[in-house]
Design a protein around this ligand. Structure first.
Ligand SMILES: Cc1cc2nc3c(=O)[nH]c(=O)nc-3n(C[C@H](O)[C@H](O)[C@H](O)COP(=O)(O)O)c2cc1C
Length: 209
């Protein structure tokens, strides 16, 4: 909320609000989207999109119902045909579950959610050994210059790279068009059948009462 309000204050037209679940840097306050998005809706005058854990039509309807104008997808879009990354990265996202991300660099107040791998396990061991004395130099080998190795070379154990918990909802590698069309179709079905059905049920219950 602090960052969103600052963005609004300095003249941004809209913001992308990232919950604790997101891939990358969620900040240090650990507020998940079920709380953060309604708080954003309460405080912000500019529009915002929900970011973090967004994957499908369910995410979109939830984001809209919590006050967002839409959603932003990071991790989900990496597992698409067009994403310019090595196939190993896409395969890793399909294989990963919601249990497979780790938070690193908390002691440096630079918390990052990444996909677990051999070098991330090593990094976490170093963090445990060093505790509050951790310095960036202690984990340089696990965090610096990793992206080209992972994303271009496909070396999945090279080190830490951002990945959201939403990996647990990624089961295929569609084209971006297939993905967006599917999301819109799912959202429409949820609104028409589940939500309208809910309203019909409430109406029927009221009549009976
Ligand atoms: C591989 C990867 C790299 C990212 N790099 C950046 C970055 O350089 N700067 C940034 O502000 N956010 C970055 N992000 C965060 C995204 O912009 C977005 O906020 C986040 O992915 C949303 O959460 P999700 O992954 O659960 O969809 C990155 C995310 C991923 C997965």
């Amino acid at each position: 909320m602090r960052h969103s309000l600052k963005a609004e204050r300095i003249g941004c037209d809209a913001v992308s609000v990232d919950g604790f679940e997101c891939g990358g840097h969620p900040g240090e306050d650990d507020i998940p989207n079920m709380i953060l998005l309604p708080r954003a809706a309460e405080e912000l005058k500019i529009p915002f999109v929900a970011s973090g854990e967004m994957a499908d039509g369910r995410s979109l309807v939830a984001a809209l119902s919590l006050g967002a104008a839409g959603m932003n997808m990071g991790t989900r879009f990496i597992a698409t045909k067009e994403a310019p990354v090595h196939q190993n990265v896409k395969n890793a996202l399909v294989a990963a579950t919601e249990l497979d991300t780790r938070l690193i660099m908390r002691a440096l107040r630079n918390t990052e959610r990444v996909l677990k791998n051999a070098n991330v396990d090593r990094l976490i061991e170093i963090e445990r050994e060093k505790g509050d004395r951790l310095k960036i130099d202690d984990i340089h080998g696990q965090v610096a210059g990793i992206y080209p190795k992972v994303m271009i070379e496909g070396e999945m154990d090279a080190g830490a790279w951002s990945c959201g918990m939403v990996a647990g909802l990624i089961r295929d590698v569609p084209s971006c068009k297939e993905l967006v069309d599917r999301i819109m179709g799912e959202a429409e079905t949820i609104i028409r059948s589940r939500l309208m059905g809910f309203l019909d049920g409430v109406g029927a219950a009221r009549k009976v009462a």
